[in-house]
Design a protein around this ligand. Structure first.
Ligand code: ASP
Length: 331
């Protein structure tokens, strides 16, 4: 896993009060545009693993498919990658050696579905979609989520996989003290969060992770929590988060980003302001990496993180790239 490095960027929260509502502003990396044209379809997703995920999402989007199908198919790519240690069955386990998965999905009609602490299922995002499509509920957790998945025909898969179990045993041996209490370590977690705007102008998002490696059993992060790890409002925009979930939950991070866009912040500035809220709520920022990604109704996008090292994948017509996000400080 890559180390995430940081650079000090001096715009304070108070400086943001100078941003005029209803005007998307150009920023240093040109993430946002001040033109009135709409860029669609478009898909963005967190981290380098988003590159492959975007390609599969693009197959749907470029064929005039829905953003909902695109984000589900897209993040399944990462869930299926058994070499990925932070998403899906190939992810790191909790302290007791069990891999538990968190995921959620949200569409342009504000329908949403979520699973948390789900064990032994390859595609938690598809179970989350079934919760959304086939039940009156939003969220199922633990054994209830597992039973529901099995009843829908999802197969049980044994986890952790051999390599991960070996790594966990070694970690346990070398970290007797840490084993008693999880430590914040930005090296051992990640998420794929994906946001898409389809050709019909509809937004959807998906988010899936194995969470904080060697977490306390039963721990649930931000990723399956609507409003924290993901939020979509089809009138305004969509946002998702990656990083230390506890910090994201504390400020309802993704919902905050979308609400700031509603007030006229560009996606970039909304992510930046939300990061500055996280910073202001924590005296100790050791290991506290959080990054936000946002996409608005016009296809403008933005990203910002506490520390350097966060990147995201972008795919639109004639363009596919991995972009370094701006950040508040260096590690
Ligand atoms: N947000 C995820 C969690 O806290 C992990 C990550 O994105 O790094 O479970």
């Amino acid at each position: 896993m890559k180390r995430r490095f940081f650079l000090k960027f001096g715009l304070s929260a108070s400086a943001l009060s100078f941003i005029k509502p209803s005007k998307a502003i150009d920023n240093l990396h040109g993430f946002t545009s001040n033109s009135d044209s709409i860029v669609k379809p478009i898909v963005i997703s967190t981290w380098e693993h988003g590159m492959a995920a975007n390609e599969n999402a693009w197959d749907i989007l470029s064929a005039n498919g829905s953003s909902l199908d695109a984000v589900e198919i897209g993040v399944k790519t990462t869930e299926a990658d058994m070499t990925n240690r932070s998403v899906g069955i190939g992810g790191r386990p909790d302290l007791s050696g069990q891999v538990t998965l968190d995921a959620c999905i949200m569409d342009s009609n504000s329908n949403c579905g979520s699973v948390a602490c789900l064990e032994g299922i390859k595609h938690p995002i598809s179970v989350a979609r079934r919760v959304m499509d086939d039940t009156p509920h939003v969220m199922l957790v633990g054994q209830g989520a597992k039973d529901f998945a099995l009843s829908c025909g999802f197969k049980h898969i044994k986890s952790p996989i051999k390599e991960v179990k070996k790594e966990w045993r070694e970690w346990k041996r070398g970290n007797k003290e840490k084993f008693k209490k999880p430590i914040i370590n930005s090296e051992n977690h990640d998420t794929i969060g994906m946001l898409a705007l389809d050709a019909n102008g509809n937004l959807s998002g998906a988010c899936t992770t194995s969470g904080w490696g060697y977490k306390l059993p039963g721990r649930v992060g931000d990723s399956p929590i609507i409003g924290a790890g993901l939020f979509v409002d089809n009138e305004i925009g969509a946002a998702c988060a990656t990083g230390l979930g506890e910090a994201v939950i504390r400020i309802s991070g993704s919902h905050t980003v979308v609400e700031l866009m509603r007030q006229g912040y560009s996606p970039q500035e909304a992510c930046k302001e939300t990061v500055s809220r996280i910073i202001s709520k924590h005296k100790n920022l050791d290991g506290l990496q959080v990054g936000f990604l946002a996409l608005d109704k016009k296809g403008n996008y933005g990203a910002y993180s506490v520390f350097n090292g966060f990147n995201f994948a972008l795919k639109k017509v004639n363009k596919s790239s991995l972009i370094d996000a701006e950040y508040n400080r260096r590690w």
